[in-house]
Design a protein around this ligand. Structure first.
Ligand code: ADP
Ligand code: MG
Length: 238
């Protein structure tokens, strides 16, 4: 399960209102992409869902359960950061197992989950290496592995490919789409890259200044943009 509902979610930092009030429903199993220009509030919205920021007002529900104010670890979601968030002094195995170890999971179960994630991500041969001995794409797969082992009800990605080169970005885009096809777990994916949004999403949420301009499938947005902003944003790669 991994349905996420935002009810009139508002966020201010001091005097600045970054999210004026967002209503959004993400269905279980959907691949939803938040897209919009830099500074429009994509990361903030994702961090509110993750519980890394507290909402100023409004509610967040996961599978109908109100998790507003609940600690990130209790929400059953996994955030995938850029690959440089790996621990350089730990092996791939220990990097992937790290959240399970923190949660106090028995060693045998940890190993089982790490093996399964390594299998899904083709990381088996690299488990004893350190992040510094891996390619950029492999490092990003380790970052994803660390999320998979937690068996989350949803994955939250914040521009996971932005520090990879163009060719690798295309590969990883395909890999993440395949992962979604295999796991069928809800994925919320933040990007400012229109191509990623158009090719990966079941549903795109276009944001401008913390407000939702339009929600729809890539085709709906492409053929029936509600305004010039959406048309310009979907139409012209930057
Ligand atoms: P995006 O991810 O779309 O680039 P962000 O969610 O990071 O945008 O930021 C949205 C706005 O909120 C920006 O104007 C940013 O400066 C502001 N902001 C984000 N986090 C903080 C914070 N912790 N304190 C103050 N302002 C913040
Ligand atoms: Mg951001």
């Amino acid at each position: 399960m991994g349905a996420i509902t935002l009810k009139n979610v508002r966020k201010t930092f001091g005097e600045t209102e970054v999210i004026p009030g967002v209503d959004l429903t993400i269905e279980d199993g959907e691949f939803v992409v938040f897209v919009g220009p830099s500074g429009c509030g994509k990361s903030t919205l994702l961090r509110l869902i993750a519980g890394l920021e507290d909402v100023t007002s409004g509610q967040i529900l996961i599978d109908g359960r109100d998790v507003t104010g609940e600690a990130p670890a209790r929400r059953g979601l996994a955030m995938v950061f850029q690959s440089y968030a790996l621990y350089p002094h730990m092996s791939v195995r220990r990097n992937i197992a790290f959240p399970l170890k923190m949660a106090g999971m028995p060693q045998a179960e940890q190993e089982k989950r790490v093996a399964r994630a390594a299998d899904i991500l083709n990381l088996g041969p690299y488990l004893d290496r350190r992040p510094g001995q891996l390619s950029g794409g492999q490092r990003q797969r380790v970052a994803i592995g660390r999320a998979i082992v937690r068996e989350p009800s949803a994955f939250l990605f914040d521009e996971p490919l932005s520090n990879l080169d163009a060719a690798l970005r295309v590969n990883m885009r395909v890999e993440i789409s395949e992962l979604h096809n295999n796991l069928k777990t809800t994925m919320v994916y933040v990007t400012h890259d229109q191509v990623e949004a158009m090719t990966m999403a079941d549903k795109i949420v276009v944001l401008r200044a913390g407000r939702i301009e339009q929600v729809g499938s890539p085709l709906e947005l492409y053929h029936k943009p509600v305004n010039q902003f959406v048309a310009g944003f979907i139409g012209s790669p930057n």
